[in-house]
Design a protein around this ligand. Structure first.
Ligand code: FAD
Length: 807
């Protein structure tokens, strides 16, 4: 043990040990792991050790595959046995809808390169002879599942990291974390202080407490979880070789072989939180008494699905705790205001995700970049709202209780809502709005003109689509008003603003009074943002981006800290407004403003400060729908008044409020991308088409070298717009795109283009199959569908309507 390390990892569970190992893989061996007790002493020691690749985020799923593939290497390198069983796993469906969903999952798994296949209930019962197949509608076998020995795997990581030069210090609790004025961490431990450049919070059950040591409140909370292990089961003992793991999706249980018996785990519908602030410091390797009454409803279903369990003895019960976040994925990465502090916590599937976290974090510490699209586990994907007690309890309980429950693509989950609303919320609700949620904020999905309308959850197109079609048509023929409270805004002012932004953004900066689309790149030339820059004066700008990226943007801005003479403020909550678009939008604006709003006086991509509803306001000529359109922004207190005025003035022009669904349909008719779908951290400007906004020749900017290299070398994939020969469902994000039996790409967004009457999808496809007219296959809810690459967007391809030019 030394008194100074480059990195100190706090916590010796499976996550901390994997982080330490990955640091050494990246050559960073001047690192120590500090463990309060002995390795595995948190959640890790009593885990069931199961793993799989399934994740609602496809990029996290790929990282889970990396985790599984790495185990043999760690075992070999450490010489420590990890009890790896690659058994494969069965998922059982108990309803026709769920069987259809398994088809979709099969197509998704195949497009991830996994050799999964469907089996009948009877075949499932042959593979795992203790399954009672009655009532089942289908099953899927995924070969990339299995289990291991949690203790062995954790020690293997630690041993391999030690062999590569890192230190592992046990029985030494971290008591506090402070930063010296020079920016170094002082890690106060029971054994004395240790200096460190970086600290990693991998404290598992205690991670919320360790976060508080640096003033953070991470949105994670421990919950209790049961499994039982049976005595020997003759049918299991008789199986030679591995027995597939089983997840009974309608039954809330999972099962795996444990010796010659089985382990049955339960995700009950009424879960229980425990020690929400983090486990007490004195908590040892302890289990809780079984709470059979609470889990009995789900346990009984398990005993019916696996009837032999009614006959064999139960050898042991495990009721232990592990941590959950609102969406079930971990919290990984740096935070904006605490330099060189790294989160690696909130991990509920440690044996599927430990290497994913280790890889991303080690890359991030060494390169300043996770090296993969890690947004699905990025600590910045949640804002401070997520740590609010009620919200955190409700959302984590919802996630736990729905662990195996199918979420329909159009389903709105209720937990923790409404948390935040805009001043228009009640008026919108009265106008028939159905809401979705964006970073805690309720935002309209669509406005149902029918009282008490209820949308059906479905894998196909829903009964809300005719309503969405009406909103689309209003925009194409009259006008629609879309609430843009869900845009983040940052004000950048001061004499240094221009120089700072010029370096931060890959585009040229607009002239005063103008707007420009501005990709923001990371050092490796991949996208970090698709911002819009509005310039009011020489030294006063607004950056506009996605609402849910506020922490992510601010972290990036701070990392590339504004120089002296630049004042950067997140003004998102101060300004709100509407995007009004459609052929009638100019006439409506003309009634709201005294200004000249003619095409010449107020051209496309211009912006001006003005007054609306007796308040200061900003109006920019820009729209996401492909129509003539304007963004009207006012101080938040005037937002409702603005809506009332718009509604009243717009009524005679046929203006309708529109929601997210209509915007999706409208933007796909124009082939426009958005963040998290087409524009992502693993995508480059040329792949996405954003290169047309990159000013390659403007001198130095972040990512310039990589962007220029890409321009010269070309790309391997590019974004295309597909006309999909769809049935009752449209393509969705991550649906596989194939040419013959070769996987050629993946869908990023899909929707029905109501005006052009086409099912449309944006997709990244390999360059050699990206020519217009190429016929590809997209798997939509598991069904192969013909998809043709369109030569141009089907609606107003030249942009005449947007610019209000002669067509
Ligand atoms: C009953 C049960 C079954 C499970 N089954 C599975 C499964 O089948 N598959 C799966 O993937 N996951 C499973 N899990 C979840 C899994 O256990 C966790 O995802 C995983 O263990 C999390 O690992 P971790 O390293 O993040 O946290 P932990 O294992 O909690 O490790 C954190 C470590 O940090 C140490 N620490 C904390 N504070 C300090 C401090 N101040 N100073 C020094 N050290 C500190 C702790 O002592 C602890 O050892 C299960 C959990 C339970 C409870």
């Amino acid at each position: 043990m030394k008194d100074r390390y480059q990195v100190v990892v706090i916590g010796g569970g499976i996550v901390g040990c994997s982080v330490l190992y990955h640091l050494t893989l990246r050559g960073l061996s001047d690192a120590a792991l500090i463990e309060r007790d002995e390795l595995t002493a948190g959640s890790t020691w009593h885990a069931a050790g199961g793993f799989h690749t399934i994740n609602s985020d496809t990029r996290i799923a790929a990282l889970q595959k990396y985790t599984i593939d790495l185990y043999p290497q760690v075992e070999r390198e450490s010489g420590q046995r990890i009890g790896l069983h690659l058994t494969g796993g069965l998922e059982l469906a108990g309803t026709p809808e769920r069987a259809r969903w398994l088809h979709a999952e099969l197509a998704w798994l195949r497009s991830q390169g996994t050799d999964a296949y469907l089996v009948t209930p009877e075949q499932a019962a042959e593979m795992v002879p203790i399954i009672d197949p009655s009532g089942l509608t289908g099953a899927l076998f995924d070969p990339e599942e299995g289990n291991l020995d949690p203790n062995g795997a954790t020690r293997a990581y630690a041993t391999a990291a030690r062999a590569r030069g890192a230190d592992v210090i046990e029985h030494d609790r971290v008591l506090s974390l402070t930063r010296t004025p020079a920016g170094e961490w002082v890690v106060e431990t029971e054994g004395g202080p240790i200096a460190a450049e970086h600290v990693v919070n991998a404290a598992g059950l205690w991670a919320r407490r360790v976060g508080r040591m640096v003033g953070l409140d991470h949105p994670l909370v421990p919950m209790v979880h049961h499994y039982l292990v049976t005595d020997d089961v003759p049918q299991v003992a008789a199986i030679e070789g591995e027995m597939a793991a089983v997840t009974d999706l309608e039954g809330f249980t999972y099962l795996q072989r444990e010796g010659d018996g089985v382990l049955l785990g339960v995700y009950e519908r009424h879960p229980r939180h425990w020690s929400v602030e983090g486990a007490p410091w004195g908590f040892g390797r302890e289990l809780f008494p079984e709470e059979l009454d609470r889990i009995m409803p789900e346990l009984s279903i398990g005993f019916e699905r696996f009837p032999v369990l009614q006959e064999v003895g139960i050898k042991r019960w495990v009721n232990g705790a592990f941590t959950f976040t609102p969406d079930g994925n971990p919290l990984v990465g740096p935070v904006a205001d605490v330099p060189n502090y790294w989160a690696a916590c909130g991990c509920m599937a440690g044996f599927s995700q430990c290497a994913a976290i280790g890889l991303a974090l080690a890359n991030w510490i060494v390169d300043g970049d996770p090296g993969v699209d890690a947004f699905g586990m990025d600590v910045a994907r949640f804002g401070p709202y997520a740590s609010e007690d009620r919200y955190l309890r409700d959302t984590t309980a919802q996630f736990y209780a729905r662990r195996f429950v199918m979420a329909y693509p159009n389903e709105e989950l209720p937990a923790g809502r409404p948390l935040a609303t805009t001043p228009c919320h009640e008026a919108f609700a009265a106008a028939g709005a159905t809401f979705t949620v964006n970073w805690g904020l309720e935002v309209p999905l669509y406005f149902a003109p029918i009282p008490d309308f209820r949308e059906h959850w479905t894998l196909g197109r829903s009964n809300a689509e005719p309503i969405v079609a009406g909103e689309v048509e209003a925009v194409r023929t009259a006008a629609g008003a879309y609430e843009i409270a869900q845009y983040a805004r940052y004000e950048v002012i001061g004499p240094g603003a221009e120089a700072w932004l010029d370096h931060l953004l890959a585009s040229k900066l607009p002239a005063p009074g103008r707007i420009r689309l501005a990709p923001m790149l990371g050092e490796r030339g991949r996208l970090m943002g698709d911002l819009t820059v509005s310039r009011f004066e020489d030294d006063r700008f607004w950056l506009t981006g996605s609402y849910y990226l506020q922490d992510w943007h601010m972290r990036w801005f701070r990392r590339h800290a504004p120089a002296d003479g630049v004042e950067l403020t997140n003004v998102t909550d101060r300004w709100m407004g509407f995007s009004v678009s459609g052929p009638a939008s100019r006439a409506i604006l003309g009634e709201l403003l005294d200004d000249d709003v003619s095409n010449d006086a107020f051209p496309f991509l211009s912006v001006r400060p003005t007054r609306l509803v007796d308040e200061e306001a900003v109006v920019g000529r820009i729209s996401l729908t492909g129509e003539l359109g304007y963004e009207l922004v006012v101080p938040v207190d005037a937002h409702l008044a603005l809506w009332h005025r718009l509604r009243d003035v717009g009524a005679v022009y046929g203006l309708r409020p529109i929601g997210d669904r209509a915007v999706d349909s409208l933007r796909l008719e124009k082939g426009y991308g958005i963040w998290s779908a087409e524009f992502r951290q693993d995508v480059t400007p040329a792949m996405s088409g954003l290169d047309r906004f990159v000013a390659f020749d403007k001198g130095d900017f972040i990512g310039a070298e990589a962007a220029r290299r890409e321009r010269d070398e070309g790309v391997t994939q590019r974004l295309v717009l597909l006309d999909v020969d769809a049935g009752d469902a449209d393509a969705a994000k991550d649906d596989g795109v194939w040419i013959g039996d070769r996987r050629a790409g993946e869908v990023t967004s899909g929707a029905f283009g109501h005006h052009v009457a086409k099912s449309l999808a944006l997709a990244y496809v390999d360059r050699d199959v990206g020519a217009a007219g190429t016929e590809l296959t997209v798997f939509v809810v598991g069904e192969p569908r013909r998809a043709t690459i369109l030569p141009e967007p089907p609606y107003d391809p030249k942009g005449a309507r947007l610019r209000d030019l002669e067509p």
